[in-house]
Design a protein around this ligand. Sequence first.
Ligand code: UDP
Length: 359
Amino acid sequence: MAKKLYILIGTRPNFIKVTRFKELAANYNFEVKIIHTGQHFDDNMANIFFDQFNLKPDYFLEVGGMSPNSQVAHIILKLEGLFHEIGKPDYLMVPGDVNSTLAGAIAANKMEVKLIHLESGLRSFDKKMPEEHNRIVADNLAQICMVTEPSGLENIKNENIQAATYHVGNTMIDTLVKHEPDIDQSTVLDDLNLEDGEFILCTFHRPSNVDEKEQLSKLVSLLTALSKVKKVVVPLHPRTTKMLKEKGMYSAIEVNEQIIVSGPIGYFEFQKLIKHSLVVITDSGGIQEETTFRQVSCLTVRENTERPITITEGTNTLVKFEEEVILGFVNQIVNKTYKTGTVPQFWDGHTTERIFEIL
Ligand code: UDP
């Protein structure tokens, strides 16, 4: 009989990490079901990805729009209800580090379902980040830890976590490799009147960068300064748009003809922009990895990263939120004196297969 692997997802980066499991399941005698918590639920943060990846969730827990506490509580209860209804799987897999990850880990533990943490072992060592707590809990409750980079193995060992741990690589890169033809077909460059290597791509959404007025005015000033170097494309996370509008700063970006500002965009379009950008400036987790894979320069505006391999082997540099520092690096990139990188081990498009083989 086929083994049952259920995968609990809730947010944009989750969706992008699990696109190949259903497709490959039959080759390994697995039955895969996707459970979507609804943490991200609107068209441009969720549905567009289900359409682009042809990834239809089998069950929907509808916890969108709740406070983090309510969300976690409802996911636990609804997952318990669902498992009573359809039966427990052999494995529950939770990717990443969001509220859905935490809730799924707790539910699996209480219901004695074997838990797999996908993208395990990453640590920013910054307890101010909610993601760090979610990662630590998920790793400690997991029976199986699937790790993207060697720092993950080290962190699991140092914290004396007892799970079976495997360095399998990066399923986000599986998605990218598989969909490269779709990405190449995107017309986004023509649509936005952009030329290869002639624009800067920016994304910002971490609370530390966008929740305070002072940080937001630094962001507006940075985008304005960058727009004097090259065109700037800014597909904003809903959180950032909301904060900019609330503080009356959105129009300062919108009126600048050198800045193309929009809401979040589809995966194929976003990947095409990464591929052809001069540099990506971001505070995202996953984008640090995608730029490293593509060997596109990346400046990460954060105090720390849970993905150190993107710095030691990849094209990423951590930068302080200081305009002069960032412009200095952009200058190096324009002058081609910025570092180049290599692609980390197992970031090869075959991580999902390795995971099935282990299971
Ligand atoms: N992404 C996208 N459209 C956008 C911005 C990002 O498809 O407008 C993708 C991006 O390529 C990456 C993922 O969303 O795969 C990263 O998500 P996010 O930055 O929200 O989360 P984090 O990785 O920081 O947890």
